[in-house]
Write a protein that binds this ligand. Structure first.
Ligand code: CP
Length: 310
């Protein structure tokens, strides 16, 4: 009798225990010298194939996963919607099944369909890593955000982290909220009522650890870090948003000056400078936005190692 194989998928942070998150961080920090180029790339004892299946646009996540797989000594197959047979009617699932038939050992998927990563995990006999599925989750972004916060603040336990903007449409907000509250942080979800469903605070992993706030200026001085989000016009957000969004929710130099001296500024990207964040803030000394990107490669190395460990 054969034992059914269980794969180390990463579909979301909703099901990842605090200990598992910290184990990924420990491994990511051990891999950071390689990720940052100060140590040479690794040679895989058993080289594998990783497929990037990106049927929604991406700059950071796709490049970061490719870099991570290369640095681990694996081969990357890169499929984007543009130029693929999606234009002839092929579904994402059929594309994934074809990649698996070519022998890939893990599929990294980006899709506009919420729940699309889970759908693939149910049908493929290999590991699936969610690189952002619709409004659902973006778990590796959540992990790299939390690791960046841990590095900047020492620990997220008991810290107040503000997430500002289009919470309703943001998979990053969901993964950040789930991961941060699993590790004992307090999350303040901030935005205009049309972009901030009050039920969102109910996703927190511990009762009472998330709150809803519509007045950014009122809470700014209480925050240890602020994560700014873009208004996702591609997901029909923005229609009900006033043109003076920046006036109420933009992170300007004036607003930053009202935050605690130790507080850091984050953004998952892509940024809309002059809307949710001013260029002087994004490029300023309190910004750890590019550090998020650098740590992201190490986090994705750790996640791919875990996914390929079957
Ligand atoms: N943060 C993020 O997911 O960026 P991309 O859409 O460029 O991958």
């Amino acid at each position: 009798m054969t034992t059914p194989c269980t794969f180390h998928h990463l579909l979301g942070l909703d099901s990842l225990a605090a200990e598992e998150i910290q184990a990924i961080f420990t491994r990511a920090m051990a891999l950071l010298p390689t990720a940052s180029g100060s140590s040479p790339p690794l040679t895989a004892a058993r080289p594998r194939m990783v497929a990037n299946l990106f049927v929604e646009d991406s700059t950071r996540t796709r490049m970061s996963f490719s870099r991570a797989a290369q640095l681990l000594g694996h081969t990357v197959l890169d499929l984007t919607e543009s130029g693929s047979s999606a234009s002839k009617g092929e579904t994402m699932l059929d594309s994934a099944l074809n990649l698996r038939a070519m022998g890939v050992n893990a599929v990294v998927v980006r899709t506009a369909a919420s729940g699309g990563a889970k759908l693939l995990a149910q049908r493929l006999d290999c590991a699936v890593v969610n690189a952002g599925d619709g409004r659902h989750e973006h778990p590796t972004q959540g992990l790299l955000d939390i690791l960046t916060l841990q590095e900047a603040l020492g620990s997220v336990q008991g810290r107040a982290i503000g997430i500002v903007g289009d919470i309703a449409n943001s998979r990053v907000a969901r993964s950040d909220l789930l991961g941060l509250t699993a590790l004992g942080a307090r999350v303040v979800l901030i935005g205009p009522p049309p972009l901030l469903p009050i039920a969102m605070s109910g996703l927190a992993r511990s009762p009472g650890s998330a709150s809803i706030e519509h007045d950014l200026d009122r809470v700014l001085p209480t925050l240890d870090a602020i994560i700014m989000l873009r208004v996702q016009t591609e997901r029909a957000a923005g229609g009900g948003i006033a043109s003076d969004y920046r006036t109420w929710y933009g992170l300007t130099a004036h607003r930053l000056a009202r935050m605690a001296n130790h507080a850091v500024v984050m953004h998952p990207g892509p940024m809309n400078r002059g809307q949710e964040i001013d260029g002087t803030v994004a490029d300023g000394p309190r910004s750890v936005i590019l550090r998020q990107v650098s740590l992201g490669v190490a986090v994705r190395m750790a996640v791919l190692e875990r996914a390929l460990s079957n």
